[in-house]
Design a protein around this ligand. Structure first.
Ligand code: FAD
Ligand code: EPU
Length: 334
């Protein structure tokens, strides 16, 4: 499907009322390849999945490509591992539900993260002690600059915290077609993060669906549902600082929430930091800070992209002046 002057209001989870010069949606990867080959698009080009990690600061002046290809199938298995191929246009949580239903272990803690399967590799999505990179075996994509299908192993994707080769090159025309996940056939859970154990039922035997339900419950009580309150999850990344710097901040704020990253580095919970520094009352126009999770910026109704830009600048400046940390947005500004 190709349209011009297309509204993106339902294609970004902030619910911002913006339009794109052109919009192209495909359900068959070959159609995507043909579209690029025909070169009838207007640049800039941006590949938009569920729009749950982007901030449109203005109308988009070029072409939005929206993958909507579907399909999940088992492509290989060993005694312990199953390899599942999944199309980039699948909704991430539909895929997690399928995996849990089939009794494969690994990604259940990533339940209910909004967005598409393709973006899970771009973002290296993570939650409750698990990251997509722990289970991504292969990423297959079309490189429109060289007009070829390419395949990257997990190592070649160069995953980092909410980052990957694809994220760092999001100006390049790399359109992910599908991913192959390597999941465990043997029972194995990740229950150490936060309060997961507290919300699980008291029982000696545990099931995947119980773990998924616990994650759904935790997320639903803390994170705003974008269907009702526009948001893009954590607006900023949790900052990683030297241990020395973290120790200095802890002297001033003894209850600082932080996690060791290496022998010399510590990750500070930015949500806690914003809360502690009084950012929950900050507001610019209809862009505000969520009362239950300060790391999430929300649309109170009629915010525009620029309200979020100004709110984010205000928060960054405030945090920098108080503790000397420059917060980095996780959300992509367009
Ligand atoms: P988009 O926002 O549309 O795009 C993100 C990036 O992926 C862009 O660079 C885009 O170009 C690229 N992209 C998308 N599809 C393709 C493709 N097929 N080929 C190439 N590039 C592509 N994230 C977490 O990690 N953990 C969380 O717990 C979490 N919780 C959230 C909770 C809420 C309420 C919300 C709204 C967001 C949350 N997020 C979380 C952020 C978001 O869900 C993820 O970043 C998600 O992966 C974005 O998916 P998307 O399809 O919406 O991507
Ligand atoms: N906290 C506060 N006040 C707040 C918010 C948080 O004190 O207003 C405290 C919490 O009590 C907790 C700590 O800060 O002790 C961390 O909070 P939380 O467990 O909610 O996690 P987070 O660090 O804010 C990260 C990810 C989330 C992911 C959760 C769960 C980033 C940027 N965010 O949030 O991912 O769901 O952990 O693993 O790493 C996303 O990337 O969009 C996202 C939502």
């Amino acid at each position: 499907m190709y349209s011009e002057q297309f509204s993106l209001q339902t294609y970004n989870t902030f619910g911002l009322d913006v339009t794109t010069h052109a919009f192209f949606e495909y359900s068959d990867m070959q159609k995507c390849i043909d579209f690029f080959r025909a070169q009838r698009y207007k640049k800039p080009i941006f590949i938009l999945g569920g729009g749950s990690n982007v901030l449109f600061t203005k109308d988009f002046p070029g072409t939005i490509i929206h993958p909507n290809n579907k399909g999940i199938r088992i492509v290989d298995e060993t005694q312990e591992t199953v390899f599942v191929s999944v199309a980039a246009g699948e909704v991430w949580d539909d895929f997690v539900a399928w995996v849990v239903e089939h009794n494969f272990y690994g990604i259940e803690n990533l339940s209910l993260i909004p967005g598409s399967v393709g973006a899970s590799a771009v973002q290296n999505i993570g939650a409750y002690g698990v990251e997509a990179k722990d289970f991504i075996h292969e990423v297959v994509f079309y490189d429109a600059d060289t007009d070829e299908m390419r395949s990257f192993s997990n190592e070649e994707c160069a995953f980092g915290y909410r980052s990957s080769f694809f994220k760092r090159r999001h100006d390049a025309l790399l359109c992910i077609s599908h991913l192959v996940f390597a999941l465990s056939k043997k029972e194995k859970y990740f229950l150490e993060y936060g309060n997961i154990k507290d919300v699980l039922p008291d029982s000696t035997s545990l099931s995947l669906i119980q773990v998924r339900n616990a994650i759904l419950f935790i997320r639903e009580t803390k994170l705003p549902n974008p269907e009702f309150i526009g948001n893009a999850g954590s607006f900023f990344k949790n900052p990683v600082v030297t241990k020395d710097k973290a120790d200095k901040i802890r002297e001033k704020f003894p209850h600082m929430v932080s996690f060791p990253v290496s022998e010399t580095e510590v990750k500070i919970a930015a949500g806690w930091l914003l809360d502690e520094l009084g950012c929950k009352t900050f507001r610019v126009g209809d862009a505000a800070v969520h009362e239950k999770q300060a790391l999430v910026l929300i649309n109170l109704g009629h915010a525009c992209g620029n309200d979020f830009v100004r709110l984010a600048e205000r928060i960054i400046q405030h945090v920098n002046s108080k503790v000397g940390i420059e917060l980095e947005p996780e959300v992509i500004f367009l």
